[in-house]
Write a protein that binds this ligand. Structure first.
Ligand code: FRU
Length: 497
């Protein structure tokens, strides 16, 4: 990840993102849309990007943060010509929410991000709220004017409605459509656009504050042939902000496709979408049970030979005292649908690219851990990818402590607890598998291959690293602790004290 030189870091400004949703919603309605944006000149002066980087104590090393200042929702996640784009809600002027611009970063591997100049600044249609980007390969919009495929962004102009911008240079510069807003509905917001190939049209899922058909908060589905003129098709109630809509094969079976619709907090429905309306086949289900998971979005235009559905969320509410930046994204995860005894469920699991930063490995196989012994004694690192595969007896409990964060499992109750949040996770055939990613300020826990995910932020409080058990010796099939390499420029752990 490229960041700006340490010498220009500003220090501690105000904190306080707890209770953010309320504060922010107030601000959404009261904010003056005529506020001026960061002009490009000013914004780009932050972006030299070379030199000593990433050396702050709470700077995540393999999670995206803005070099400086506030970020919230991931926006416009799109893949084009070897680059994963990550646009994001950004306040270039401060560490708190406000003055929404679209920040921009690119990566070739979803791990190392390079922050680019701001993509969208406020204009006469207000500040730039969340939205999505698609590759308009067939130039349905008519915006293409060169060799490159045209990128089209649909986003919300605060106070005005849904707007369009396009880029003919792989997202480096953007032009506003002169007829904005294309859907003059506000405070409806956060358009997520997909290409629906069976009906050969664009579909937009839009958060609707008060549905004209449902009368409640929910998602409206719109269609368009050209990304400019939109028709409202249907609505579904029971969702809040940042919708997403996509198909996935069940159990990797291409003949068994289901659609998923989800809202900002990751709650989702599985069902059918025919290009007009969504028919649920499940109840509303949670995707992540951690403390800090919001405003999810999945990538558009992942090449078919890759075929993954990759999701990033904002880790809303983390705290970063004294840092020049505020807020981080989750690690990118792959989503899949699998049949479980409870029905079809969405699984969430870290993308395989994390292997690129794997360093020293510590492995244990087919051993038994006695109560009171610490398996991880002597390992000292702050960036970790931990794989645990254990066989459990009825009365087993085990506890993982990492730098002050606690994860525990109780085989009797089937409860997994991560930083105080709880999830039910029954062992499968007496086996429990956990995967845990630890970065400087986050703990992401995946149970039984992603059946449960829990994304949480923390402020490290100690250097303790331990795995202990109670209720009898723990039967370890395999445990691997992989130390992850920090971003280039980050000092080793000891120098940070
Ligand atoms: C979600 C959200 C969106 C809005 C954006 C503004 O976190 O409230 O609904 O577009 O943030 O920053």
């Amino acid at each position: 990840m490229r960041l700006w030189p340490a010498s220009v870091f500003i220090s501690c400004m105000l904190l306080g993102v707890n209770g953010f949703a309320f504060v922010m919603q107030g601000a959404v309605m009261l904010h003056n849309p005529t506020d001026m944006g960061a002009d490009k000149e000013q914004a780009t002066t932050f972006l030299t990007g070379d030199g000593p980087i990433m050396n702050e104590i709470y700077r995540p090393q393999f999670h995206f943060t803005a070099r400086k200042n506030w970020l919230n929702d991931p926006n416009g996640l799109v893949y084009l010509k070897g680059e994963y784009h990550l646009f994001f809600q950004h306040n270039p002027f401060g560490r708190e929410w406000g003055n929404m611009h679209w920040g921009h970063a690119v990566s070739s591997d979803l791990i190392h991000w390079q922050e680019l100049p701001i993509a969208l600044s406020p204009d006469s249609n207000g500040t730039c709220f969340s939205g999505s980007v698609v590759v308009d390969k067939d130039n349905t919009s008519g915006f293409k004017n060169g060799e490159e495929d045209v990128l089209v962004a649909l986003y919300t102009g605060e106070g005005h409605g849904q707007c369009v911008a396009y880029s003919n240079d792989r997202g480096r510069s953007w032009t506003r459509y002169e007829k904005n807003p294309v859907i003059p509905l506000w405070p409806d917001r956060d358009p997520k656009v997909i290409w629906h190939s069976p009906t050969r049209q664009w579909i937009m899922a839009l958060y609707i504050e008060q549905g004209s058909r449902t009368g409640t908060k929910g998602i409206g589905f719109f269609s368009s042939k050209n990304l400019k003129e939109w028709t409202c098709l249907s609505e579904i109630g029971g969702f809040y902000e940042c919708p997403d809509l996509f198909p996935l094969p069940v159990d990797l079976d291409p003949q068994k496709i289901r659609w998923v619709v989800l809202g900002g907090d990751g709650q989702y429905l599985v069902g059918q979408f025919d290009g007009t309306s969504f028919k649920p086949e499940s109840e509303l289900l949670p995707l992540d049970l951690g403390q800090n998971f919001y405003a999810t979005q999945t990538y558009s235009d992942i090449p078919p030979e890759d075929g993954r559905r990759i999701q990033i969320a904002w880790m809303r509410g983390g705290e970063y005292p004294g840092m020049p930046f505020n807020q981080q994204m989750t690690f990118p995860c792959e989503l899949s649908l699998r049949t479980t005894p409870e029905g079809i469920r969405m699984y969430r699991y870290p993308v395989k690219e994390i292997e690129k930063i794997a360093g020293q490995r510590h492995s244990w196989k087919e051993i038994s851990l006695s109560p009171g012994k610490n398996l991880f004694d002597g390992i000292h690192h702050d960036l970790l990818d931990i794989h645990i595969d254990v066989k459990l007896q009825q009365n087993h409990r085990f506890l993982l402590r990492v730098r002050g964060a606690e994860i525990s499992y109780n085989a009797e109750t089937g409860k997994l607890v991560s930083l105080g949040k709880e999830a039910d996770l029954p062992p499968v055939e007496g086996r429990l598998r956990l995967r845990i990613l630890i970065d400087r300020t986050s703990v992401e826990l995946f149970g039984n291959e992603g059946r449960v995910s829990m994304s949480s932020c923390f402020i490290p409080g100690s250097e303790e690293f331990s795995l202990t058990c109670e209720g009898g010796p723990l039967d370890i099939s395999q445990i691997e602790v992989i130390q992850l390499n920090p971003s280039p420029g980050a000092p080793p752990l000891d120098e940070k004290k």
